[in-house]
Design a protein around this ligand. Structure first.
Ligand code: DC
Length: 223
């Protein structure tokens, strides 16, 4: 196995931004596993398939092809050859992804794909179950936390910047509901790995979090 850094944390904790920046700094390939669950969700939504329709989901999974590509500054996500980078962040996908991510056959398909990526390159992988299920033997595990109010605040500001009309209360309610679904599901529930380093980003800037994560990784490399 190559060098693997696992970053787990709730939605809005800054995982995506931090993982990208740390990956660039330390030359680690960054993998956003949430994007993979979003691709499956989008594929099912487009085909009007519900999370309970396991036979239909099975068919979708047989054919699914998810790829990441780095284009200049941007990470692009391709679903069956189509660039879905923007669409996997749509409100429709946001509202449904936690339900699809709780489906066992979907996780059973994604987990080995994620493990394969860790064989091919030194990676920094972000998600919910990377340090617990996907790479229980990861070289470095970090649990990136943040208060639910601050997470909602960040998402709310992102929405405003993107021109998406929502209220802070709506964003807060949706983040709380997603967290409930993720932590209460039966398969790979979202929990902190016992041996993960806990890092709370609530009152830290992006630069401060990046610095801390880099320090944790470098210390481990030099240990
Ligand atoms: O990180 P994100 O918000 O893009 O994740 C999208 C959804 O996928 C979210 O509901 C949590 C789920 N997810 C998961 O269950 N396991 C992962 N390793 C990554 C994401």
């Amino acid at each position: 196995m190559a060098f693997v850094v696992a970053i787990d944390g709730p939605a809005g904790s800054g995982k995506g931004t931090i993982t990208k920046l740390v990956g660039e700094k330390l030359n680690l390939v960054n993998v956003d596993t949430g994007a993979m669950y979003r691709c499956v969700t989008l594929d099912c939504l487009r085909k009007n398939i519900l999370p309970e329709e396991l036979e239909k989901i099975e068919k979708v999974l047989e054919k699914i092809d998810i790829r990441f590509e780095k284009n200049k500054e941007k990470e692009l996500v391709f679903l069956n050859g189509e660039n879905v980078t923007e669409e996997i962040r749509s409100t429709d996908v946001n509202l449904n992804v936690a339900k699809f991510a709780a489906v066992k056959i979907i996780r059973d398909k994604m987990t080995p794909l994620q493990r394969e990526m860790g064989k091919k390159a030194n990676i920094i992988m972000e998600g919910r179950d990377i340090g617990t299920v996907v790479f229980p033997d990861a070289d470095v595990k970090i649990y990136l936390d943040c208060s639910v109010e601050e997470r909602a605040n960040r998402r709310y500001k992102q929405n405003l910047a993107k021109g998406i009309e929502t209220t802070y209360e709506e964003v807060l309610a949706s983040i709380k509901e997603r967290h409930r679904l993720e932590t209460e599901r039966e398969v790979a529930p979202f929990v902190q790995a016992e041996d993960a380093v806990y890092l709370d980003s609530t009152n830290l800037t992006i630069e401060e979090v990046v610095k801390k994560v880099v320090e944790i990784i470098e210390n481990k490399k030099n240990a």
